[in-house]
Design a binder for this molecule. Structure first.
Ligand SMILES: C[S@@+](CC[C@H](N)C(=O)[O-])C[C@H]1O[C@@H](n2cnc3c(N)ncnc32)[C@H](O)[C@@H]1O
Length: 231
């Protein structure tokens, strides 16, 4: 992490763009839904001039990608968010020539994105309802090149937690950072993420509270059997 990257993140957090309507009221206050400073610092560490980056949702992250000189694609259904970001960048002399806004819902836009060149960084932080984060991962993370960085925000929300519980076990992704708010992974290999169930031996049924005593008992039995075999 360069001092420049840290200063840029702190500058953005001290004077953030107003991007999002903060409630559903007609005259809602305009603010910004943000993630943690450390998440932006990680992005600043990975994104150099000309890096190919993609995000679902818009906000501080979009301005950060622009300021870092990324060739950035931002998907948001709200034209007004793109307009506010453009205006903020203009006022702060942040070039946006390399930023492309795709206005629409990620589940409709992502499948149509070109696969001609891989992305270096994909940030998933758009619609957080089931199954959208998973669709964003399925289409978005399939565009990452080898070792590319996948960042997923709001991991405590149910649909995102389900997605992460899969990605955590998926050998095509290596965990990089995990906090209570966001997670980052490195892509192992590349290419589309389509698999049939028999390609996913690591994937079991969701663990429920009633499974816990049975699982604990089986673990104790396995340990005792292994100890007995060693004697
Ligand atoms: C939590 S905010 C993103 C915050 C941003 N990453 C940041 O760091 O400031 C969620 C964003 O998702 C966008 N969004 C909502 N539904 C979406 C969808 N179906 N596809 C893409 N973006 C969506 C919202 O308009 C909003 O910009």
């Amino acid at each position: 992490m360069t001092a420049g990257g840290r200063a840029l993140v702190d500058q953005l957090l001290a004077d953030p763009p107003g991007v999002h309507a903060m409630s559903v009221a007609q005259d809602a206050e305009v603010g910004v839904w943000a993630t943690e400073r450390d998440c932006y610092l990680l992005l600043a560490e990975f994104v150099g001039n000309g890096a190919r980056t993609l995000e679902t949702g818009s906000g501080i992250s979009t301005v950060l990608f622009a300021a870092l000189g990324a060739m950035h694609t931002c998907i948001t259904p709200a034209q007004v968010e793109a307009d506010r970001i453009e205006k903020y960048c203009e006022a702060h002399e942040i070039p946006t020539v390399l930023v492309t806004f795709k206005i629409g819902c990620s589940d409709e836009i992502l499948p149509g994105l070109s696969r001609a060149a891989p992305y270096d960084v994909v940030l998933i932080d758009g619609n957080h309802g089931f199954p959208t984060p998973t669709l964003d991962w399925y289409y978005g993370a399939s565009l990452l090149g080898p070792d590319g960085l996948l960042v997923i925000d709001d991991v405590s929300l149910p649909a995102v937690a389900h997605l992460c519980s899969f990605v955590d076990r998926d050998p095509r992704f290596a965990s990089h950072t995990r906090t209570a708010k966001w997670a980052a992974y490195r892509r192992v290999g590349d290419g589309d993420l389509r698999q049939d169930w028999y390609d996913q031996p690591f994937y079991g049924p969701p663990l429920t509270i009633t499974d816990l005593p049975g699982r604990a008992l089986r673990k104790v039995r396995r340990t005792l059997t292994a100890q007995g075999a060693r004697r």
